[in-house]
Design a protein around this ligand. Structure first.
Ligand SMILES: Cc1ncc(COP(=O)(O)O)c(C=O)c1O
Length: 367
């Protein structure tokens, strides 16, 4: 196998070109045009929520959700330390403080018991992140949020297509967000949405996303808003991707099965789904038994033309968030041992077999 195998690449073989060309031919290339409301409506229908507000990426989606909730200076928001940096940064943008929690060993998702330990009288919200496409324990998190009168935000950037007890993630929280970056399960190039079932949060999201424009007077602004709008071109891509969502997700689940079979009986742990959830396998991931092996492992795969990623480094270890350093032993152990494998829907069985062979050779010591 001579071609390099990337960690991800989008599948754009549906109506993407037709819809994007329609934008170009009709001149609707900015943030007005038919694809925006259509994409929002179809996205909300697909994920089973009332409202979807399109935005220009998943990071601003998180910021907008927090702004819509009125989170700000003096507030604390509970967030897993094992996540992409955006989850914590969006909290920091508001002036609030991210408070990190550890992960569960089996699902790699935020640990509800640690959430309870980290609550203070300044806690305003819990941000659940469905890491790598595996849902969080939403029964536990929704009941903590209800009992303690906290907002629940779901960061579903990596969770598109994931189900918890048969229901799409994103519909459990007060407000939730998605990302459509080029490596996401469905992509708009750059893009995101905020989803909610709450009318007030929907209105506030629309208001702050569009420069805080007042409802009843043109060019009159009554809050300091943002330009977080998605373009019609991105929404056109998004609509075409949504049309293929079921097949993309099923293909990714099939790829996960092929990895599981190919790596069976090796001393590596596959990030598998637990009972009562549907893992979307945004990233197929494994854990090595020893963190020291991780970099040589990635190097060996790179030499074989296979791109991998390390699991996210726990955010509480990064300089800007480590001033009140506390140990998060599970997240640290996962973070140093974990690897994301190529996970895009277009991967062939032959490519997966090749990747598994290289992994087996490495793990068995002849790598
Ligand atoms: C968990 C998580 N949250 C937020 C984001 C931010 O999304 P974006 O890259 O579209 O800003 C990502 C993205 O990659 C992510 O993985």
């Amino acid at each position: 196998m001579t071609d390099k195998i990337p960690i991800y690449q989008p599948t754009l073989d549906g109506n993407e070109k037709t819809y994007v060309n329609e934008c170009l031919e009709s001149n609707w290339i900015s943030s007005k045009g038919r694809f925006i409301p259509e994409f929002e409506k179809k996205f909300a229908e697909y994920t089973g929520v009332k409202h979807a507000v399109s935005v220009c990426n998943g990071t601003v989606a998180l910021h907008l959700a927090l702004v819509a909730l009125g989170i700000g200076p003096g507030d604390e928001v509970i967030v897993p330390t094992l996540t992409y940096i955006s989850s914590a940064n969006a909290i920091a943008y508001t002036g609030a403080t991210p408070v990190f929690v550890d992960s569960l060993e089996n699902t790699w998702q935020m640990d509800p018991e640690d959430v309870l330990r980290k609550l203070t009288d300044r806690t305003r919200a819990i941000m659940a992140v469905h890491l790598y496409g595996h849902p969080c324990d939403m029964d536990a998190l929704t009941s903590i949020a209800q009992e303690k009168a906290l907002f629940l935000i779901e960061d579903c950037a990596e969770g598109f297509g994931a189900l918890y007890k048969g229901k799409h993630v994103g519909g459990f929280g007060d407000i939730s967000t998605y990302s459509f970056y080029g490596n996401k399960t469905i992509t708009t190039g750059e893009g995101g949405v905020v989803v909610t079932n709450d009318e007030t949060l929907y209105d506030r999201s629309v208001h702050f996303k569009g420069q805080g424009l007042a409802m009843h007077r043109q060019y009159w602004h009554d809050v300091i808003g943002y330009n977080y709008r998605m373009t019609n071109i991105c929404a056109a891509l998004g609509l075409a991707q949504l049309e293929q969502a079921d097949s993309l997700i099923e293909r990714k689940r099939k790829i996960a099965d092929l990895y599981k079979d190919g790596l069976a009986n090796l001393p590596v742990t596959f990030h598998d789904e637990t009972q009562d959830v549907k893992h979307s396998f945004w990233m197929c991931s494994i854990l090595l038994d020893d963190p020291v092996k991780r970099d040589p492992f990635r190097k060996a795969l790179e030499k074989a033309g296979i791109e991998t990623r390390p699991l996210f480094y726990p955010i509480h270890t990064m300089p800007m968030y480590s001033s009140k350093f506390q140990r998060h032993p599970v997240a640290e152990s996962l973070g140093w041992r974990g690897i994301n494998l190529p996970s895009w829907p277009g991967l062939s069985e032959e490519q997966i077999q090749y990747i598994c062979e290289k992994i087996i050779r490495f793990v068995k010591g002849s790598g």
